[in-house]
Design a protein around this ligand. Structure first.
Ligand SMILES: [Fe+2]
Length: 308
């Protein structure tokens, strides 16, 4: 059994670092923390040390998704399960961990979602109050992976990583919880022709945050590509928009919560025009298609050691 707290951090590659930083700070409402020795710009959107890291790269896309474990005791069963599945978890060096306010972290390239994933425990006193700015973001919500191998990926995240299925829309997308985190989904696995980012979500406090975002995004020339609408699966009100590189980001308000014991069974929702939005908005084809490929596994930080 492996127990999680939540999706804790997402690393993104962007093609113009300063432009992206301004967008994520001024339009999305994240806050600058610091710049890592590896050049990553760390931003926060809730009480954690940071939740999003931007790196400059030739191609934009998902670089890494990091999941916070419940406690340090979770590493042993996790590493054992990965090992039995043929994946060797690599320790992230202590310097890098310290600079990210982590006690311990491991990294693995998960070939089914085609992305680097990390598992970590934060330093005990790293959380501090977060004062929202343009949007009352409560937390980093979820990340959805696009993969041609969706069915096998769902099985891996369920059977090896101990995530739990909440709902699926046909063969197209499966929503999974970072068990025992109650929120309907901390990840999604979507079927697509290539491995790339589907979207990253930020959960907001009020429905007004979704409405106010519409005009702010318009002023910033960010394209709203789906919504506002309501997802039948999780009951969330959503708004999807593109970052300067065309990566899909989402604000959502409200989400079904599951009890740890005796949760309802996962449902299979039949795909239909209204199965992603029962308010009936039309999705722009650029929504959910990612900009570029997921970043290739890069474990070079272990060799160089990021200075704290
Ligand atoms: Fe979402």
């Amino acid at each position: 059994m492996v127990r999680y707290r939540k999706l804790g951090r997402v690393e993104l590659n962007v093609t113009q670092l300063e432009k992206a930083r301004r967008f994520y700070e001024e339009v999305v409402g994240l806050q600058y923390v610091d710049t890592g020795a590896d050049g990553g710009i760390r931003l926060r959107c809730d009480q954690e040390h940071h939740g999003v890291v931007l790196y400059e790269a030739r191609e934009a896309g998902l670089r890494c998704a990091g999941f916070m474990l419940e406690d340090i005791a979770q590493f042993e069963p996790l590493i054992g399960r990965l090992d039995r599945a043929g994946l060797r978890a690599q320790e992230i060096d202590p310097h890098t961990c310290r600079s990210r306010a982590q006690l311990r972290a491991v990294r693995v390239f998960e070939p089914l979602v085609g992305a680097t994933v990390e598992f970590y425990v934060p330093l005990p006193d790293s959380a501090r109050p977060f004062q929202p700015t343009v949007a009352r973001i409560q937390r980093l919500g979820h990340v959805v992976f696009n993969t041609p191998d969706a069915a096998r990926a769902v099985k891996f995240w369920r059977d090896v990583l101990n995530f739990r299925e909440s709902d699926a829309v046909g063969e197209f997308i499966t929503f999974m919880r970072c068990w025992p985190n109650p929120w309907h989904h901390g990840i999604g696995i979507a079927k697509f022709e290539r491995h790339c980012l589907h979207h990253v979500n930020y959960m907001v406090t009020e429905i007004d945050d979704v409405g106010r975002a519409l005009s702010r995004l318009k002023t910033a020339n960010s394209d709203v590509v789906f919504g506002p609408g309501r997802h039948p699966a999780s009951d969330s009100v959503f708004l999807y928009f593109l970052d300067p590189d065309g990566l899909t980001m989402e604000y959502s308000f409200g989400m079904e919560a599951f009890p740890e014991a005796f949760p309802r069974a996962p449902r299979r929702i039949e795909p239909s025009p209204l199965s992603l939005d029962y308010w009936g908005s039309t999705r722009d084809p650029r929504c959910f298609t990612g900009a570029g490929a997921n970043a290739a596994p890069d474990f070079s930080a272990e060799k160089t050691g990021e200075k704290a």
